[in-house]
Ligand binder design. Sequence first.
Ligand code: ADP
Length: 545
Amino acid sequence: MAIKTSFRPIARGMLRPTRASAASRYTSSNLTFLHIRLASSAALAKKLNIGGREVTVPTGLFIGNEFRPAIGGNTFAVENPATGEEIVQVAEAREEDVNVAVTEARRAFEDKAWADVNPVERGELLLRLAQLMERDKEDLIALEMLDTGKTYRQASNLDFPGSVGTLKYYAGWADKLVGLTSFNIPGAFAYTRREPLGVCGQIIPWNFPLLMFTWKIAPAVVTGNTVVIKSAEATPLSALKMCELIKEAGFPAGTVNLLSGFGKTAGNALASHMDVDKVAFTGSTATGRAILKASAASNLKKVTLELGGKSPNIIFADADLDKAAEWSAWGINMNFGQTCHAGTRLYVHEDVYDAFLEKFTARMAALKVGDNFDRSVDQGPVNSKMQYDKILGYIESGRQEGATVHLGGSAAEASTKAGGKGYYVEPTIFTNVKPDMTISREEIFGPVVTVTKFKTEEEVIELANDTTYGLAGAVHTKDYARAVRMTNAIKAGTTWVNMYNLVHWSIPFGGYKQSGLGRECGEAVLENYTEVKAVYLNTGMAAPQ
Ligand code: ADP
């Protein structure tokens, strides 16, 4: 039996929830039964033809290892950023669905089948999931490209191996979490245990949907937690495909639950839920603030935030200018600037400013913008109409505030070719930029970079740190003493020397200042998914009188 959904065609660029009527006939008491029967329904999966490749994507909410429609029957449209056209409708979680998913995750956590399982088995499940990803690599890449606008190179050389690597890395942590033992207290012996937190709410953004899914679930489940994860409304597809693989890998029902849905409804319900023990969020600083407030106003759930950035990228006169130009172009072009650690503020020593700018401009100008399924293309569409308008709006503000458009500065020709549809932006360089301009201060999240001249190390340190963000920064120089001084001075969670944008799953990643709370990746994130319990044993201590 299939629930009939009624949805209207959407205007280009709008993700508009629609409401179905059939499901609302059912009361909550018979919903579980209804969900189980519906799970096999063809209405909860859609076969897509992606560049000649047939890929079936589930469209339901993934709760208790089953794909289900939303309780209210709501769905929303997922859009292809290359054309502005609808790809598929997926179930839209609202508060009542969040409640069901949390209940299921709680049940899975409390029945101890997961937290008390031999940790090695949890690691093995993550490894099995990684192997299934490798089997279905091309399907996952195709879905990710279709949903986000990424090029094949971006999706296959970075996002995919990063995702598989993350699963394998955390699989290896399964039996390596240990505590401390202390014999330093006369008459007592103490040790610590690392215990899972419980139900973890996880909210991810649209720029790296597959990678963020693995960054979030792997450390949570390997430490014995259960998860309710919400994908970004603009890019739910690869996470849905991953849930098919999670079930096939054999994860116990309820360990990982996935909700597609919107931030203000599903996201807020998760962040405000009284039975969620932690929320891990990646996204904008404004939303991070809302999540922290939601935690404070509900049950003080633990919160980790990976937020925005406005990262400085500094070129000294002694740098290898060809390499610096190459890395700096990569610093802004990776994922077309839709990266929180993008190198958006370039500072170049006055002695090499002209020479560097020429080389850098040549690289940026050579980037081919167009259909992301064309393998010769370097930059596809940005992710959504909203993002496209926002980036073009920032470019306009730069012009109006008096900066010079040195390269680009408009919608790319590919947009016109796609009949005005598709969200293509020219790689854009601004010069004559002042520190107080909007383009110097706010996160643009697109292929837009500012270039500023500096004279001294002290001056550039001040400029680099003149931001409310602190996610990343880079320095290009052959002088390693200066490299060390500079990386020490930059107030950011990640710094690079003579390179840009390398983020490895085994190394902690996160922000200073308003770029976040806590760390993702590496051993560091495991702290955020475990409580430390101290246990004292009396080995001869008398009760104090
Ligand atoms: P961006 O501005 O880059 O789209 P957001 O921070 O708005 O980034 O979105 C990142 C994620 O946060 C998405 O999954 C989105 O649905 C979710 N989100 C947005 N607003 C809220 C909110 N008020 N509470 C919880 N989650 C939210």
